[in-house]
Design a protein around this ligand. Sequence first.
Ligand code: UDP
Length: 520
Amino acid sequence: MWNKMNGGETSSKPHVVVIPYVGQGHLIPFLELTKLLASQGLIVSYISTPGNVARLQPQVDHAVNSSNPGVDIRLVSLPMPPIEGLPPGIESADNIPVHMSGILMKSSYKLAGPFEQWLELQMKSAEDQIQNSPSPPVCLISDMFTSWVHKSGAKFGLPTVVFQTSGAFAMSVMHSFMKHTPHKNVEGDDEYFQVPDLPFDFQLRKSDLPFIMRDPDMNPMQSFVTEEIDRSMEGSGLIFNTFYELDSLGVDHIKRLTKRPVWSIGPILPKKIFDAEGVERATRDSRGKAADISEADCLQWLDSRNSNSVIFVCFGSQSSLNKQQTEALARGLEASQQAFIWALKRLPEIELPEGFQERTKDRGLVIWGWAPQLLILSHPSTGAFLSHCGWNSTLESISLGVPMITWPMFAEQPFNSKLLVEHLGIAVQICSNMDGVGDEHVVKREVIKLLVEEEGKMMRMRAQELRKKAKMAVEKGGTSHANLQAFREYVRERHDNWVLSRRSNEEKGKPEKNKPCTIL
Ligand code: UDP
């Protein structure tokens, strides 16, 4: 049944399992990771809950149908346990306000039971050679916020590798910040303090921090997040959705800190993103969930604008602006006289200033709901991106060579913004936090700077340079490509060990049934 190929590899496929946290900023990159690993000849089981699986199914079907035959992705739907404090049916962070996402994070461990039952079944079917069953999983890939997976891995003798959906620079800062809480004894909100234990200079003010992080004693997530970060560094290794040329400071630091393999294999995005024509048509509007504008309408609008003349405004899947913030931003955009696409959440409290859409109809497109972000960022008319600096949005902008205006909102977003503004020189920051209100004059000034002025052109040139480096990193011979091969090898070796021990048992004529395989 198991054949050995030239070079020592066995011909059956290694099986890995990915277990993302249920937020779009996690589900989307985990799906891209899944596609990438499946394209490398691995079987990938993607674990989520029924609502998320239903949303992801069309994208998986598309990936499987449009790839080489034999791509093996299995979406596994586990029942969502009831969660105290959340209405039934809520399965994803984009369906609740940000301040409630802590409840979802903390309750994620409830999936451990159903997950372990599923895992046991996988092990047993492979061991008993049930027809069409895949080989047993040889590696679990958890999220920073699904650290319960480490325990399940240990029970089954499987290594758990953590896939970090944030960058290594921000992760380094977050680790040190949560551990040392250097702001604890700082008085004023605008007093600078140093974040210690980093190989680079990093200064912050309390006013740079998301509201709940300002006072460690008042932060309900302080100990949970600190523990999750620590655990994520104690697994068998870390995969980062980043590339070395962008994030070497962070990658080198995390390697030193964890003394574990760190595979930076990003940017993990649809392959066509680096083609001259941009993103593959069929995947354009299908990241996370279906867009609330048709591809044709969006393209028609973008095609009618000049090159680099449009600013795209979008705050990711979780953040939304309140009335005051929306008004200030609208006034700034209107006063800039520049073209814009603005993705706004459909929430009862969100209202544009009266007459705004009418007055800007010749140069503004408002998308209520989910925007086809990659399609927009990849279009030549898009010249700048006003973003909350979620890591996926950041990577997407960099990979498409688009400079940014930043308004970090929560989590590690202020650290991403600092990387973009202070280290890479491809962004300007206009505001911070969920409670900050952008100044309409600053919005106007910075939009004009990025779309019209020389300084904006320089930023675009630097962003385009980074795009070239991102492309090189994922191509054959590039750093991310090499790391991907190294990770594939790591998995392959464990799989081959299982095959060989299985064969030796078969040859001895006494298979050890029901014994979980031990992979060190
Ligand atoms: N996204 C999108 N359309 C939207 C909002 C977000 O396609 O209207 C995608 C975006 O391209 C990115 C992800 O959702 O891949 C958001 O992830 P990010 O890490 O930027 O932010 P988060 O949602 O986690 O705050």
